[in-house]
Unconditional design. Sequence first.
Length: 151
Amino acid sequence: MDIAVRIEKNGVAFYDALVASTSDGRAREVYKFMAGEERQHIVDFTGLGERVEAFLPVETYAGEHEEYLQALAETHMFVEDGAGAELAKRAANDKEAIAVAAQFEKDSILLFDLLKDLVPEKEKGTIEALIGQEKRHLVKLHGLARSLGVA
């Protein structure tokens, strides 16, 4: 779950930087909301990691899940420390920021879907709930883009 926590921390940094840089009040409110959601996800994934640290899922070949997780993690835009703040700085306007945010949410949905396979059955509901939240984030971002006329 460490990778998920790292990605969520970068998400917080990204949205916090957008809060500080946008001049649009609607965008600022959405970015604040998203930063708060990502902060809660850090708590959720930290707790999940403490509960499932020794779980070994069934694989069709040795290292299957690890290989896929590695591939997803290495291509996730927020995996590197500092990536969130850096990408926020590069966004020239809210349209670009929303596009990056939407990709972050999509990448997270893919990653979390894999993580669902790496936890015991009793914890799958937690991951499914987080995936649902990420989907709602994507819808919220699309709504913001439409309200700003940049969709």
